[in-house]
Design a protein around this ligand. Structure first.
Ligand SMILES: NC(=O)C1=CN([C@@H]2O[C@H](COP(=O)(O)OP(=O)(O)OC[C@H]3O[C@@H](n4cnc5c(N)ncnc54)[C@H](O)[C@@H]3O)[C@@H](O)[C@H]2O)C=CC1
Ligand SMILES: O=C(O)CCC(=O)C(=O)O
Length: 410
């Protein structure tokens, strides 16, 4: 029997991993039989990204690389993108979907690392350690208890009570803190935490910490007005996204002594890589902890993320499974021994499935299994069939009106 030539040989499938993705990802890809893997330590300038993405089937990024509609327009071979992080705001998910490119992320692997960092920063800021440390490095000696506090008994205000916010809530209560949170969704409070409105949270929290995704509703959600509404002497922590907090009014409030301090991990504009200069109005303020977007950067988290996202890419490449994709209908698929598997991504308009089934029945092609899942924009049909008929079926499928992309696996 001659096999159709439409399934890409693994040896030809190319992966491009950017931004220093943990080597655990490469190990997973190699173990799955993929050998064409290029892993680079930082993000690429736009033009180079467009040039390189044109030649690869899978791309792995973290939070720095912007996969815009314009970048995707160059990604003629791209099958899927893996965000080796939680946030997917750096990817135009709709543009990817329109091109039949599935996007995956790691929704949980670095959440504990962020929660631990926030607790550490809260303790350090309440004791004035960043300023005392900076002074000591300059030869100063600030031995004083003034404006130094225990964390026990303080109130933590968590904005965004999701995977990170809830873990933080548990850790904070274990330290004897009171926890209140604000979320747009009604959430089950853990421990003794209570859900409150944003205004109440700002006015009554000793530490306000932000754990929301980047969305239109969170853009600049903490600006001059919200900072002014915070309790005098409070602390602001942002390890969510740089577009959530307006930096200028924050810098003014810290300089004026209205806030005791701040810890900021994410910025409206972040350097592309470690060699580029970091610029911010917060530079030089000793009671502000500035970190280079490392909330999730621990060896444990990065190793786990590498495994998690690489496994999702391998599963999608090998079987077509889209479980936990952030922009595709989710289909969990069994393996397909001895069968060829056709994957068909199409616009979710009436009549596509009946047209597909008509083609199979008119051409007397026997379907051994069929899976369908849709979201509001696209449909994803997976069809297992005998080896001999897949090439003919794929050709016909590609002609169905509304088809975005087809693939065959065997
Ligand atoms: N600094 C870093 O290295 C890291 C940053 N992050 C950022 O943290 C964000 C949160 O992560 P998770 O807790 O895992 O996300 P999540 O999706 O589990 O939780 C986010 C919560 O925010 C709530 N929310 C959304 N819009 C809101 C609004 N306007 N007001 C109040 N609440 C709102 C949601 O309902 C949800 O409960 C991520 O989206 C990512 O941007 C995540 C990991 C590492
Ligand atoms: O580690 C990174 O590069 C990004 C972490 C982050 O912001 C996320 O997981 O959303």
């Amino acid at each position: 029997m001659t096999l159709p030539t439409t399934s890409l040989d693994k040896a030809k499938i190319k992966f491009l991993l950017l931004e220093g993705i943990h080597p655990s990802a490469v190990e997973v890809l190699r173990a799955a039989g993929y050998s064409q893997i290029e892993s680079l330590p930082s993000a690429l300038p736009d033009e180079e990204l467009k040039r390189k993405i044109a030649d690869v089937h899978f791309i792995g990024i973290r939070s720095r690389t912007q996969l815009t509609a314009e970048v995707f327009a160059h990604a003629h071979k791209l099958v899927a993108a893996g965000c080796f992080c939680i946030g997917t705001n750096q990817v135009d998910l709709a543009a990817a979907r329109e091109r039949g490119i599935a996007v995956f992320n790691a929704p949980y692997s670095n959440t504990r690392s962020v929660a631990e960092l926030v607790i550490a920063e809260a303790i350090l800021l309440l004791r004035g350690i960043p300023a005392k440390n900076a002074a000591a490095h300059r030869g100063g000696w600030l031995k004083t208890a003034e404006n130094a506090y225990e964390i026990r008994g303080k109130t933590l205000g968590v904005v965004g009570y999701g995977a990170i916010g809830t873990q933080l809530s548990v850790l904070a209560e274990a330290l004897g803190m009171h926890v209140q949170f604000h979320d747009i969704v009604s959430k089950l409070p853990l421990g003794n935490a209570r859900q409150v409105g944003l205004a109440e949270l700002l006015a009554t929290s000793d530490i306000v910490t932000l754990h929301v995704p980047e969305t239109p509703s969170t853009q600049w959600m903490v600006g001059a007005e919200q900072i002014a509404a915070m309790k005098p002497g409070a602390i602001l922590i942002n390890a969510s996204r740089g577009t959530v907090v307006e930096i200028d009014p924050l810098a003014e409030a810290v300089k004026a002594g209205r806030l005791l301090g701040a810890a900021i991990d994410v910025f409206p504009v972040e350097p592309r890589g470690n060699k580029d200069e970091f610029q911010s109005p917060l530079r030089g303020l000793d009671n502000v902890i500035l970190t280079p977007h490392i909330g999730g950067s621990t060896m444990e988290a990065q190793a786990n993320i590498g495994l998690e996202v690489a496994e999702k890419l391998v599963r999608y490449s090998d079987t077509g499974a889209t479980t936990s994709s952030v922009n595709f209908p989710e289909v969990s698929l069994p393996s397909h021994p001895g069968k060829h598997r056709l994957l068909h991504v199409h616009h979710n308009v009436p009549g596509v499935l009946s047209e597909i089934n008509r083609i199979f029945s008119d051409n007397q092609i026997n379907i051994s299994a069929q899976y369908l899942q849709t979201n509001e924009k696209i449909g994803y049909v997976v069809i297992d069939l005998d080896a001999g008929s897949s090439e003919r079926a794929l050709e016909k499928l590609a002609q169905v009106a509304g088809t975005i992309r087809t693939r065959v696996l065997f």
